[in-house]
Design a protein around this ligand. Sequence first.
Ligand SMILES: Cc1ncc(C[n+]2csc(CCOP(=O)(O)OP(=O)(O)O)c2C)c(N)n1
Ligand SMILES: [Mg+2]
Length: 1014
Amino acid sequence: MVWFRAGSNVTKLAVRRLLNQGPSYATRTRSLPSQTRSFHSSLYRPNPQSSSAPIPRAVPLSKLTDSFLDGTSSVYLEELQRAWESDPASVDESWDNFFRNFVGQAATSPGISGQTIQESMRLLLLVRAYQVNGHMKANLDPLGLEQREIPEDLDLALYGFTEADLDREFFLGVWQMSGFMSENRPVQTLRSILTRLQQAYCGNIGFEYMHIADRDKCNWLREKIETPTPWRYNRERREVILDRLAWSTQFENFLATKWTTAKRFGLEGGESLIPGMKEMFDRAADLGVESIVIGMSHRGRLNVLGNVVRKPLRQIFSEFSGGIRPVDEVGYTGTGDVKYHLGTSYDRPTRGGKKIHLSLVANPSHLEAADSVVVGKTRAKQYYSKDMDRTKNLGILIHGDGSFAGQGVVYETLHLSALPNYTTGGTIHIVVNNQVAFTTDPRAGRSSQYCTDVAKALSAPIFHVNGDDVEAVVHACELAAEWRQTFHSDVVVDLVCYRRFGHNEIDEPSFTQPKMYKVIKNHPSTLQIYHKKLLECGEISQQDIDMIQEKVNTILNESLLLVKIICLRSVIGFRPIGLDSSLLSRSHVVKPEILKTVGKAISSLPENFKPHRAVKKVYEQRAQMIETGEGIDWALAEALAFATLVVEGNHVRLSGQDVERGTFSHRHSVLHDQETGEEYCPLDHLVMNQDPEMFTVSNSSLSEFGVLGFELGYSMESPNSLVLWEAQFGDFANGAQVIFDQFISSGEAKWLRQTGLVVLLPHGYDGQGPEHSSARLERYLQMSDDNPYVIPDMEPTLRKQIQECNWQIVNATTPANYFHVLRRQIHRDFRKPLIVMAPKNLLRHKDCKSNLSEFDDVQGHPGFDKQGTRFKRLIKDQNDHSDLEEGIRRLVLCSGKVYYELDDERKKVGASDVAICRVEQLCPFPYDLIQRELKRYPNAEIVWCQEEAMNMGAFSYITPRLWTAMRSLGRGDMEDIKYVGRGPSAATATGFYTFHVKEQAELVQKAIGKEPIN
Ligand SMILES: Cc1ncc(C[n+]2csc(CCOP(=O)(O)OP(=O)(O)O)c2C)c(N)n1
Ligand SMILES: [Mg+2]
């Protein structure tokens, strides 16, 4: 492959030089007229503009003489050859390869002249041009509207050939290359070479692969593309394809006639997607795939659900008739979602007699947002099924042409494809390219030639295929499956089709695409075209066609009748994730001796390992903390949580930018030997023969949207995993806002799918300016769905309150509390997302330490709360207050690191009549514990103190809830809640450090000071 790639510019230049210097070629044309796109038939149409050139007669190769070659160009070639002969390294690698192959062969073939060599060179360039650019001449657009400029290098005239050369024989050589060049036919006529090129590259599939740098991959593709005869399906396969196309077509027709005004985002115009996908799945199953995770948006989703994933038709139809409110097994009711967003999963038999598990992931309206979720879920499946070579679990993404080109998360997802901790061994992408995005034409919707060009950056091969040729679609889809199973990397099928109706069924497309829709109006369906083809070749009779049609219609009608008797409980797809009670009943007690043992394991390093001096010290300190059981810091607490969970058999995975070391250089979970560069991760060595992936900590690519989506998908596969994503700074998480809004906060309500994903968002005001202070706590709180005016049932286990809330938002202030909140994620019988405002300066704060005795989970130990874990939702004042403290004049409620500043100030001014309580779990609101504190301090003024601006932080979330808690105790009104914090602001923080210090000091002093707060 090397010379071909490298040769792309060199050879083009060389040909230009050759031709420009020769007067006889001066009149060549730039491109062939568009009608010549039928060029893939074996007919060569003369280029009218070159017709004035002298037409040589066909001459047998052996009789050719040198006179054909003009002096200057031969001199160029000879110079190049001479230079190569004296020093092969003096010429470009491409020419080096060329001469080594070519001169070697030519020298042993008697009678081969300099002219022949040069013609052969040109011919090689022509072959290469077809490999590179043949797709530009392929017949891709079913509507025939596409106007593409055919690249000049596909023009025979560029190489000095005319019609008269067609039957001349040329020396093509035998190359160490697959496809044409491998055949033992070094001498061929130009016509036969051209015919083969046209058939292979300019038919109904356009292959784009020459951007791939790997020679073996290109050769593999050439072997498949440049076959001796064009591929063809036998009668049996054709029958299956016909049946599948009939299902796809009639399904849409049926919906259209039964629910004329319903929005379904039909597949009409792209019906060949269904046979394409089915054949792709069958081929994938033949090649070892056992499970496929599918992600797709609106277009054709119902058709895929019904015909590919095999969601019962009656169920799909029932959703058209109003639907059923989703109810899970324990009676939880969500909001539900529109029918073309719902997911489901089934086991489907394959053509080869196997079973393949298919799951279609639920997705929001946000196009492409589910891409990385699908990939993450696929990766998790590979982990749990020990699919080491990643051949059993496959991710498939179906895209629209507009969204594939326009949405950045497409690139963010592609970009994960080869990263060791994110790869799934290749995703297959199918673009349903209907050449329009809502009302927008491609020329306004993208800057690139194809909507798939983004995938070229990842060296994925791209098969553009004319959707009206269903067999070509099937062929491209099968090839994609083969590629993925062979090379374990991404591949794209660009299914060029059209959209027969408007964006949805009630939309008028002629407002904006009048010409296109005139053509579409008279354009036969893909099924009609296939009928015609099969009837013409006599393989299938009209009777066969009628039978298929009748069978499909009968089944569709019967399924509609069944809607009426559909049972509510059969709302498949609305299952909570596989919470297996046997897995959940494990004891969650961490015994003190276990803490000691794992503590030692995670703080010791192999003897001959040479860490960085500073890191060595960190580990020595950790060992000391474990030894003494005192002063345990944040990083060690986290490592202990991970380690104890792993020892209990859970999978732990932490990913995000620079998480291995930690943005704030506190974690050091992966150490680097300073001499050898070798890595060592202590958490990988907790149990005998520990699976290296059981604990995974991984620096991610510099993406938020893509990576968070990936981890979300990962977390949804098994409840026995603690999956965490950490933002570099909390505010960067807004790059992943769609994942928070559409999936994490609302996914369970819409789709009844649980996740225990943990999101760590560094947050806190320490003078680092507007972009490194706030994780935008207010946004997460604002999205929480706990009712601010109703105190829920706070029954003893207190689980229901969390279970009924959409997520938990925590701002922990002690290492032990962080440890417990992480463990709580796993040690309960439901899963709920956890948003953690993670600390920055508390990571090394002298007072932010816990003793080991605060870590164990032994029932009955002090501090063991009613929830069954020792995570404290609220930390009461540390000043040994009794149950009733009438002398306290102010109760300051706060959250996060400002507590330590308040406590310092209180000590400084000796304000022993002020109590400070930390609300560690903001959401759901700990009404019971807040009321306990309100009762403890009956005379205290109630203050909410925060370091964030008034329109940010927890203030607006806390106020109505605190008021609700107060009101039920007869303890005042809304205005009795005093606010201390920064004033309202547009930016999250000041950029001036001195201002910050001043503001911070003022608010802390105000909260503790004697002055009344108003
Ligand atoms: C992120 C996002 N932006 C905008 C929209 C609104 N929208 C819905 S469909 C659509 C056009 C999609 O075009 P394309 O990707 O080509 O898919 P098609 O509908 O043509 O199959 C748009 C802009 C959306 N759903 N999601
Ligand atoms: Mg489109």
